[in-house]
Ligand binder design. Sequence first.
Ligand code: 5GP
Ligand code: ZN
Length: 115
Amino acid sequence: MKKDDCIFCKLSNGDIPTNALYEDDVVKVIFDLNPASKGHVLILPKNHFDDIYSMDDATAAHVFQVAVKVAKAMKETLGCEGLNIVQNNGEIAGQTVFHFHMHIIPRYKGDTVNI
Ligand code: 5GP
Ligand code: ZN
């Protein structure tokens, strides 16, 4: 289910075109507009969930399976030395877009990423 006026609904469902690293029926993996490091991506479910509290188990499991694939691909192709997975829920936790998303942030020696 899409939500009107949700930017991540539009991006994940192709209503607004964007470069995708990966896409299937359930998720789209897009590049963050303001990357914390080279290769920073967001995993977006195509259905709208405000946050982790409203997610169903099947979507949650799929998101994490895709995160594992993306992590392995980053390790092989980007030359990163590690990565952070970040998933913010609620304004107090730093959530700014209220459509569930998981950040995958590659880490490089000497980078200045603040998580
Ligand atoms: P949050 O703070 O909600 O966990 O993260 C929101 C993220 O979405 C931020 O890292 C921000 O740069 C990214 N973002 C916000 N608007 C857009 C957009 O229109 N396109 C893309 N690709 N990323 C966006
Ligand atoms: Zn949405």
